[in-house]
Design a protein around this ligand. Structure first.
Ligand code: ZN
Length: 447
């Protein structure tokens, strides 16, 4: 088993992540977060929000609708260009993203170029390809009372898309915020929410799924200041990933994205790559989007997106620095960064060395024996105190103490608190450390 398989297995076994619609045999490209997954995911998202929004004066949060006026996607270029090169094997009818089954080509690969590489079908091994076709990754639906047998004009008129990125929900609210809060430049609008991409072949666990959560900031700046602000964001994200998420510095690599690989709107992009168990993959992107989006909106809506400087009186369309991070990608980075197999007293152990601020539970409280009422009663007392103080505290009185430790190690609980017979004598409890497995005795109020 690869390390990724181990993580997938642990995720399911301990209730972090289950395959989507598992009971019906799953649904490709979807995953469900279980009780512990929700706790970890929420901590990751809250930590981002605190770091980038609550602790700053220059950030405003928004939460826009997932369904947006389709003009949004015309203006942003998604209707025309948000497409992957789809190729079909004529032998077995399997469909693939051409640039994912051949080396050295990108999304704009032509049929001739692809055929010249003599790629064999990953499913049947033959080489008999149809032409490359552009496949738009937006999920479309129809809004309002539209029936399948309605004429195509009505269908067309009522088409809507599940948003393929959260960014546009921010851009369409830029003017609303400027007109109600009068922020000074530079300022940012931040949003967390779902985005949908109809990936041709979802894979690599939650790395490439069809439904994901994004955390995005559009940071509006004076056009002359973009480089300075780009550098500030770059440094801030390193700080966030390393200090708040606990990711190892050496596992994060910056990739300066060359012009031909950049999204159509970007003048400069740095991808933050992470060493995932199955290889180095994109963790997040930092893009300089210029005034591409606001200018498109101005053109498409007929409304001015100009910002008027309060001091100089200068009017201009702000430029944008966009740090964009996928929650699931970050979740998997945090999980694989924390996943360790070690040996304690000659016995193999799996442990999630999650940072304390992210661990689903901070403490696990248990009585040494569950059939001794005096121990259980005292343990309940300690449990209630810690729970009132920290919130995320769990109770475990199942199996023997060794089994409980094993379980808490696997879900990343930093400290296990055990109430034993000495507790009844001197009031101290045993506190066992997840990483070192060392045990000390302290008074519960010192925790
Ligand atoms: Zn085939």
């Amino acid at each position: 088993m690869s390390k990724l398989d181990d993580i997938v297995s642990l995720s399911k076994r301990r209730g972090f992540i289950f395959p989507g619609s598992d009971v019906y045999g799953g649904f490709a490209g979807t995953w469900d977060f279980g009780p512990l997954g929700v706790l970890l995911k929420k901590k990751i998202m809250d930590s981002w929000w605190t770091f980038f929004v609550e602790n700053r004066e220059d950030m405003y949060g928004i939460d826009a609708a997932i369904l947006m006026n389709p003009k949004t996607w015309e203006a942003s270029g998604h209707t025309a260009t948000f497409a992957d090169p789809l190729v079909e094997c004529k032998e077995c009818k399997s469909r693939f993203r051409a640039d994912k089954i051949a080396d050295g080509i990108n999304e704009s690969v032509s049929t001739e170029e692809f055929l010249s590489l003599h790629v064999k079908c990953p499913v049947c091994g033959k080489e008999n390809w149809g032409p490359i076709r552009k496949f738009n990754m937006m999920f479309s639906t129809h809004v309002g009372a539209v029936l399948p047998d309605d004429d195509s004009e009505l269908m067309e008129k009522n088409v809507a898309y599940l948003r393929p990125e959260t960014a546009q929900g921010i851009f369409v609210n830029y003017k609303n915020v400027v007109d109600t809060f009068y922020p000074s430049l530079p300022f940012g609008l931040a949003q967390q929410g779902k985005a949908f991409r109809n990936e041709i072949s979802p894979r690599d666990f939650i790395l490439r799924d069809r439904e994901c959560s994004q955390m995005e900031i559009e940071y509006f700046v004076h056009p002359n200041d973009w480089e300075d602000n780009f550098e500030k964001m770059r440094a801030l994200f390193h700080e966030f990933l390393e200090k708040e998420m606990g990711l190892k510095t050496e596992a994060i690599h910056e990739l300066e994205v060359p012009a031909e690989d950049r999204a159509h709107y970007s003048k400069r992009t740095i991808d933050f790559m992470f060493d995932y168990p199955n290889g180095t993959e994109e963790l997040m992107g930092l893009a300089y989007r210029t005034d591409f989006d606001l200018s498109n909106i101005a053109r498409e809506s007929g409304k001015s997106m100009e910002y008027r400087d309060k001091i100089t009186g200068e009017s201009f369309v702000p430029h944008v620095i966009e740090p964009s991070i996928g929650v699931e990608r970050l979740f998997l980075a945090v999980l694989s960064n924390a996943y360790v197999e070690d040996e304690i007293n000659g016995e193999k152990r799996v442990v999630l060395k999650l940072p304390e601020n992210l661990a689903p539970y901070r403490f696990c409280v248990s009585p040494l024996l569950k059939n001794k009422p005096e121990l259980v009663e005292k343990a309940q007392e300690v449990y209630k105190i810690l729970r009132a103080k920290y919130g995320n505290v769990t109770w475990d009185d199942s199996g023997n103490i060794g089994k409980r430790y094993r379980k808490q190690d696997e879900i990343g609980t930093p400290k296990c608190v055990v109430i034993d017979f000495d507790t009844l004598e001197d009031g101290t409890v045993t506190v066992r450390d997840r990483d070192t497995t060392e045990q000390i005795r302290v008074k519960p109020e010192e925790l």
